[in-house]
Design a protein around this ligand. Structure first.
Ligand code: SF4
Length: 476
């Protein structure tokens, strides 16, 4: 057994792993010993060890897929001490006859890697969402201090986000593992501390509670989802958490507009993207659950939730819209806003029962921009459509419909491809790479945007005529 001692960084571990591979040490022959338990610092804060010999220039080189490096960098922050064994086992197997190991998601090691990656990413997100600063007067002026208890070693990983977000104030984030400090010039990481070092409630907290009370919207609050997303583990750090039961009772009639007003003030955040990893084929609930934590493009940042498809899982017709709108984003369901209601009316007129259709969107998160108190829809980019396409493909693979109905240009772009103009091809049935024909009506929102009122009835009739073609496929 060879013991490798290293600073708990992915980079330091990679150096040692390279040495272990050079010596042909199998995973059973290696013991990974962390040098420090402060936190998993990125290289920004700690240098790598220099005492170990580097592999000679002529030494055998080893390859790992770029994806392993991305995932490993995240998994290195997991609290499980066995993560280093796991990483070495994977890198060993990749270099000993299994170069495509990461593509085999049912493999126990790959599965464990992905679970750990998801757990760390989720913790990173929770920290960003649930940090609450309290003001403290110091000799150095006003300082903002927050206490947080991360589940993994994420403080150093997350600190640059807070620097970006709160560049103009001096702050410290205290945790049991490590603390991050920003004095408006330099970011420092220090060892962890105890909760009693964090300040108690201050005036700013009362202000925040007032703000939260004013903008609280129960339409966005699903208590069961809330417990799942914001486990009581984090509630201790949230001054507003104690208000929720009262607010739920008091604020039942408030509108989503109030939420939009609060969100309009949000500043752009750092964006992270993680490649989509689809769960085992055929497992629709797992697919839906996996999509809930998708981070493959920036759109999840400003949306309330992933809006996945719904309807019979063996529907003969699968309808694809563009993306969730404001109301769909709040409700977590597709096609429930004004365009969805118009779609329902048109289906009814065309004699097509909606509950026979599986409905979904090409892009699963709401893309919007604030305008006054409203959240204005923004068209997804080609990159965002492409990033989200694996989810749509998985839905189509699972439902295996006889007909795809593409509502609007984004859906056409995702399902049929570029170069199709809805205005030219509407009402047509086009071939797709899925081997399933795609019907091209307009998107119902285009009817809502029609400025010429005299054309409303004719447009609606044309839309109904397009949708009536669905009937042929329901009975096939
Ligand atoms: S829009 Fe699609 S790809 Fe982008 S984060 Fe949401 S689910 Fe993932």
């Amino acid at each position: 057994m060879v013991v490798f001692t290293f600073a708990p960084t992915f980079s330091a571990w990679k150096t040692k792993a390279r040495l272990a591979l050079q010596q042909e040490l199998s995973p059973q022959d290696v013991f990974w010993k962390e040098e420090s338990s402060i936190d998993t610092f990125p290289d920004l804060f700690l240098g790598e060890e220099s005492s170990e010999k580097q592999p000679a220039a002529s030494a055998k080189t080893f390859r790992v897929p770029r994806e392993f490096l991305t995932l490993g960098d995240v998994v290195a922050c997991h609290r499980d001490p066995s993560r280093w064994d796991l990483l070495y086992r994977l890198v060993w197997r990749i270099n000993h006859g299994e170069p495509h190991l990461l593509d085999h998601t049912p493999d126990p090691d790959v599965h464990d890697l992905l679970l750990k990656e998801r757990a760390v990413s989720r913790d990173v997100h929770k920290m960003r969402a649930f940090i609450r600063f309290r003001e403290v007067a110091t000799d150095d002026g006003m300082w903002h201090v927050a206490w947080f208890e991360p589940q993994h070693h994420i403080v150093a990983r997350n600190a640059p986000f807070f620097v970006e977000r709160f560049a103009s104030i001096k702050w410290s984030i205290l945790t049991p593992d490590a603390c991050a400090h920003w004095d408006r010039k330099e970011l420092r990481i220090s060892p962890g501390t105890t909760r009693d070092q964090a300040p108690a409630a201050d005036a700013a907290e009362e202000l925040w509670k007032t703000y939260y009370r004013a903008f609280f919207n129960p339409a966005r609050l699903k208590p069961s989802m809330m417990r799942k997303e914001m486990s009581p583990y984090y509630w201790n750090n949230l001054p507003e958490a104690m208000l929720i039961p009262t607010l739920l009772a008091e604020a039942a009639g408030r509108t989503a507009t109030m939420v939009a007003a609060s969100q309009a003030k949000r500043t752009p955040e750092l964006v992270e993207s993680t490649p989509i990893r689809l769960p085992t084929k055929g497992d629709w609930p797992a697919l839906k659950e996996a999509a809930e934590s998708c981070r493959a493009c920036p759109l999840w940042k400003n949306a309330t939730c992933t809006v996945f498809g719904e309807g019979p899982l063996h529907a003969r017709v699968l309808v694809v819209g563009e993306q969730p709108g404001d109301q769909e984003d709040l409700a977590g369901r597709p096609f429930v806003g004004p365009a969805g209601q118009l779609f329902d009316r048109a289906l009814q007129t065309a004699g097509v029962p909606r509950d026979h259709l599986y409905v979904t969107n090409a892009v699963k998160h709401f893309k919007w921009t604030p305008q006054g108190k409203r959240r204005l829809h923004q068209k997804p980019t080609s990159r965002e459509i492409a990033a989200c396409r694996p989810w749509l493909t998985a839905e189509i693979d699972h439902v295996k419909p006889k007909l795809l109905v593409c509502l609007g240009s984004t859906a056409v772009h995702s399902v049929v491809g570029n170069g199709i103009k809805v205005t030219q091809d509407r009402g047509q049935t086009l071939p797709t790479e899925f081997g399933i024909p795609a019907l091209i009506p307009v998107h119902p929102s285009s009817l809502l945007r029609q400025p010429d009122r005299s054309r409303e009835a004719a447009d609606f009739a044309a839309f109904v005529a397009d949708l009536a073609k669905i009937q042929d496929f329901l009975s096939k």
